[in-house]
Design a protein around this ligand. Sequence first.
Ligand code: NAD
Length: 498
Amino acid sequence: MRNIDHVIVGHNGGAGARTGEVFNPNTGQVQAQVQLGSQADLDKAIAAAQAAQPGWAATNPQRRARVMFAFKALVEKNMDELAHLLSSEHGKVIADAKGDIQRGLEVIEFACGIPHVLKGEYTQGAGPGIDVYSMRQPLGIGAGITPFNFPAMIPMWMFGVAIACGNAFILKPSERDPSVPVRLAELMLEAGAPEGILQVVHGDKEMVDAILDHPAISAVSFVGSSDIAHYVYRRGVEAGKRVQAMGGAKNHGIVMPDADLDQVVADLSGAAFGSAGERCMALPVVVPVGDKTADALREKLIPAIEALRVGVSTDAEAHYGPVVNAAHKQRVENWIQTGVDEGAELVVDGRGFQLQGHEQGFFIGPSLFDRVTPDMQAYKEEIFGPVLQIVRAPDFETALRLPSDHQYGNGVAIFTRNGHAAREFAARVNVGMVGINVPIPVPVAYHTFGGWKRSAFGDTNQHGMEGVKFWTKVKTVTQRWPDGGGTGDSAFIIPTMG
Ligand code: NAD
């Protein structure tokens, strides 16, 4: 059985006391054991990070950027191997696994420009003979705790920016698909990052708690489910750290009566069922405005959903593959039953789906619900599976209120040909990322990613300039170089520019 080990400087590869099982979701079989680390493993990583970080911070930003350029080239060179590895542990199809890696690489491309974005501000002559300038300095050691659903992109969101800014970074990836993060750390070393600048510690709650409590870690970036995000935020802040913690989602797509329904159906099929719905920017709720729109949409959705091909993640024709493990499959199917029990109309039932030759795989067929209402638990909670819910709204104002009042506020989309309605919607909706005729509005790397409400705790987004802000602290210098002609008087009044 393959053993997936930590990437810690000086770690001798000895087996730890605890391990976790890593499945192949296509077969349902355990394919590897991952080490579940402890405080002692983290201490070792911290010692190496402390030894490496000052030298890395003192390395000029252009040289740090060159490591990012080299890393990008290496990831591109190894794209096929990485995508297959990712797909074999996560279950997303190969093309989608490549997308996962590519979206992370786009943050690395942003990090290649770090010399430019780290330039500080300067004011000459802020007072008589006084200049003021500011600089952004790294925090020291940062940590990232990441979810299973984007094992390449989300680690790169974090370490790309943190490391380019001059920090050392300790990554605690999901224990469900930990191999790609390990490969990324190996490739960073190959690209020229000094030992100790990117390390990977595997584990579960024990390791997460050790990270949150460790006094040498200055900042923690977390992405995962909301209850854990809130916990990580509270505990990290309590320990005096800077914390950003992104949580779950339940994104809505509003369909106005004037929308191009064929395009909407095509967009919804990909956004609701791609990656088996295991995306925080999936679109699992569609809100047609008016019954006429709802009926027409439903009529077009049914054959589109029935035509979806569920297959093993290496099947190039498959639209989506299995979910990540048996527990998650059970959880999704339980939510479908809850929806039925609560009175929603199950139009297409994906439960009981079996792929011939892969009966033990974690496959779920696509499901469609109609007449879902806001009081239902199956609407309020995130299902994170291949399940699309239709919530009918009589008018624009009701449609606008649904995502605005929902506990999550990650992404939302509106489909319309009416520019005024779209503009009004974008301005008023209480959600962090908005798509206008764009079903999955994940911002490009040089903008920033972050939801609102229970989709994100803390006030700084991922990547882009917000990422740079998160991974650096500002130092502001007020300087005066006297010419020797001063009066020698003391000032007892706070200096002003008045
Ligand atoms: P998860 O919350 O189960 O795990 C996330 C991380 O937390 C993992 O590294 C895991 O080891 C750790 N963890 C798990 N239980 C813990 C505990 N009790 N104490 C401390 N740490 C613990 O999330 P997941 O299932 O891996 O990922 C799916 C979730 O992530 C979904 O809710 C999805 O919406 C969310 N997500 C959010 C975003 C976003 O940007 N908002 C992006 C991707 C995924």
